[in-house]
Design a protein around this ligand. Structure first.
Ligand code: PGA
Length: 252
């Protein structure tokens, strides 16, 4: 069985002080229990603060994004090698806010995925359809395209450090979640695609997280689906009690 993961994406929220407190509260709530993997993605400037807060605990540190080069004249960008250097285990790539608000293409997302893997990080690759695409019944082709493009050039060996996150854009920050059945169906479908591209054995081990308005009251229904291996949590990750309740919902 695949281990469940619950990852908090703090987006552009918190201050140095509240980030430190939130991380400390999560560490305290998790204790030594590593049955559910827990990860936190604070804003870049607070990564070292949260790294310090989670040190020695099972809580893992991740970034919200990275650039696709090791180093160079790329003003304002952050290299995945730098993230690994300061203790990040993983990074998100291709979050819908980056695709739709920052205009990231599937090509740049793929280059980021490969760079982060080269840097030794785990990658949480996010895919998701918009409401218009779903209403036009195009979600399947959109998701397959994002999946194939995002993982282009990734080997079956490197795929062991990839986690998929299905985040329907219409469910992010809207309070509207995909039903457990809708999410399960998409995950199952993408896993079948992974089997075609990388082989059944690797596909079977690939974790699929669901993201989009996961809250304490819907977490259990979502996280108990056979192909939902955890959650990527936005809003509810900013409150330690809510986030910890979701972690608890992932317990075997
Ligand atoms: P949400 O965000 O939980 O606030 O909907 C999810 C995400 O963007 O990862």
């Amino acid at each position: 069985v695949r281990k469940k993961w619950v990852i908090g994406n703090w987006k552009m929220f918190t201050t140095a002080a509240t980030a430190k407190q939130l991380a400390a509260d999560v560490v305290k709530g998790v204790g030594g229990d590593d049955r559910v993997g827990v990860g936190l993605c604070p804003p870049f400037p607070y990564l070292p603060i949260v790294a310090e807060a989670v040190r020695g605990s099972p809580v893992e540190l991740g970034a919200q994004d990275c650039y696709c080069e090791k180093e160079g004249a790329f003003t304002g960008e952050v290299s995945p090698w730098m993230l690994a250097d300061i203790g990040c285990l993983f990074t998100l790539v291709g979050h819908s806010e980056r695709r739709h608000k920052l205009g990231e293409s599937d090509d740049i997302i793929n280059r980021k995925v490969r760079a982060a893997l080269d840097a030794g990080l785990y990658v949480v690759l996010c895919v998701g359809e918009t409401l218009t695409q779903r209403e036009a019944k195009r979600q399947e082709s959109v998701l397959l395209f994002q999946f194939d493009a995002g993982l282009s050039g990734v080997t079956a060996e490197a795929l062991k450090r990839v986690v998929l996150a299905y985040e329907p854009v219409w469910a992010i920050g809207t309070g509207k979640n995909a039903t457990a059945e809708q999410a399960q169906e998409v995950h199952h479908h993408l896993r079948r695609r992974a089997a075609v591209l990388f082989g059944a054995e690797v596909a079977e081990k690939l974790p699929f997280l669901y993201g989009g308005s996961v809250k304490p009251d819907n977490a259990h229904a979502l996280l108990t689906q056979p192909d939902i291996d955890g959650g990527l949590i936005g809003g509810a990750s900013l409150k330690a009690a809510d986030f910890l309740a979701i972690v608890k919902a992932g317990l075997p």
